[in-house]
Design a binder for this molecule. Sequence first.
Ligand code: DAT
Ligand code: MG
Length: 137
Amino acid sequence: EATERSLVLIKPDGVARGFVGEVIARIERKGLALVAMEHRLTTVAVAKEHYAEHAERPFYGSLVDFITGGPLVALVIEGPRAIAAFRQLAGGTDPVEKAAPGTIRGDFALEVQFNIVHGSDSAESAAREIGLWFPNL
Ligand code: DAT
Ligand code: MG
């Protein structure tokens, strides 16, 4: 397989609840490499751009408030099919209805907005998101 990169966020709920190590351990156990990692606060401008595809959705404002409401950990991961591989580790968006037990969301989350992690959903999204979060990479 061709190697790929994906943008992962351990969102503020994941950091506040102490899941940074757990998420990174799952990424490493899967065999994915860490290419960049930073603990940081997110500006409203970056948050809005990151979630631009959801700008018209009713939850957009609270999503931007949530993602800017505390520190998060942004990572770039790399490996064969890294984008799909991390989406598999994360589980579906709804942590109860969609994420299976054994996934990050299925194991640790209850509410859609507070689903611990973000992972790029396509090669196009990954390129856009890596450029947004790690412009020097
Ligand atoms: P994903 O994070 O699985 O790619 P998405 O891109 O559809 O999911 O949505 C981005 C985030 O927005 C998601 O992780 C949590 C939040 N979200 C999605 N649907 C929501 C809803 N119906 N109510 C509240 N938050 C929602
Ligand atoms: Mg998404």
